[in-house]
Design a protein around this ligand. Sequence first.
Ligand code: PLP
Length: 449
Amino acid sequence: MTDPLLAVHLERGSRTPLGAQLAAAVRGRIGDGTLPAGARLPSSRALAADLGVARSVVEQAWAQLVAEGWLEGRRGSGTYVAGSRVAAPDAPAPAAPEPPRSLLRLSSGHPWVDPSHDGAQAAAWRRAWRDVGAAGPPDGYPDHRGLADLRAALAERLRRTRGLDVGPDDLRLTTGTTDGLRHLLTALPAGPVGVEDPGYAAAVAQVRALGREVVDVPALDPPTTASGLAGLAALYLTPAHQHPLGPVLPAATRAALIGAAREAGTVLVEDDYDSEFRYDVAPVPALASLDPGTVALLGTVSKTVAPGLRLGWLVAPPDVLGRVDELRGTTHDSPSWPAQRALLGLLRDGYVDRAVRSARRVYARRAARVEQVLGDWLPGAVAGMYATLPLPGEQADAVHRAARDAGFDLPLLADSARSSGATGVVLGFGGCTDAQLEQALAVVRAALV
Ligand SMILES: Cc1ncc(COP(=O)(O)O)c(C=O)c1O
């Protein structure tokens, strides 16, 4: 059975050792069926002579392939192609696996980060990080509440953009929304947590990871009576832009909810993730601005600057923050000092405000385009960086499949739903180019009509 191996070409000048080249060639011939299961290989001495290499080269290759299970040695009778790993003698050669196709995920959470990063912004970004380098390394652990200057700068921004009457002592730095939720829940009394259904899957996962029961709350019709909230330690909501259905929590519901939560002793947890991106009306003030004693607010830079920074904040009543501090003071569980310092530089430099303004322009244009193309299937105005199309399950699956065939991974509403059984598709328009969005819109529309 020397023939298939006599044709093996070994490159003497190659950086790949001769034994490894021979092993690769034999693997290939086993894989394509040229060397079928059970075939006997020539002796190392004979093949070495045929190929003009040292016998140790062949021995090395055989030993490697035996170790990998391609070959087996039979005592006293030679080396054979192993039976179980390869095709039968006259079975067709196994088809080469399809290379995985890379899909562009049009995620609801992927923001647009200015790809050109024009002059002023790029310079501000570099300046912020240069300052971090010049100031470090930090001495000891950072303030576990977050750097004081950064808390002050964030409080100023929250007063200006979210209508919150807060100072530096009213907020704590986190590594993002779910981290803030974790700190908050560890400081609240035991008990289940209501979470919107459909709702943010990461919040559900976080609540469960902390050993708390998740109670499904209708996303567009949360309980507004004390009896409806009874027993809930907290209720997690996305009032500015219900994730993932989209609507803003109406003013009357806000007032009723706060009254009910006060009476029931439930903490309302406001996930304020993308509130600055509204195009039909001005951003709606935070729910927490109505009653900071009842509402804790979770903020993030993931939509305004970049999710990779992993920074956010928790605004909560003083007694709750006191309990958060007790634990964090012991665990040193706070965001990294360099990231905090850089964000401080970016805030002071006006970078964050400029980034929000430019992203808002891009989103507003894209939101209008989405409304233009898919308006018939949209329940309302598009905000933030995604649009949600509620659809019957089968139709949602068909749209999802059509998008996939065209190279797009469109999130299914069902992935954010629990007992509600909500179905539809979500089209994120932040993390793509205009051209990709046009392509995706055409595919989705074609699948709908
Ligand atoms: C509802 C919701 N909240 C918060 C976030 C941001 O989370 P983080 O601050 O952990 O990046 C996202 C991002 O996708 C989100 O969809």
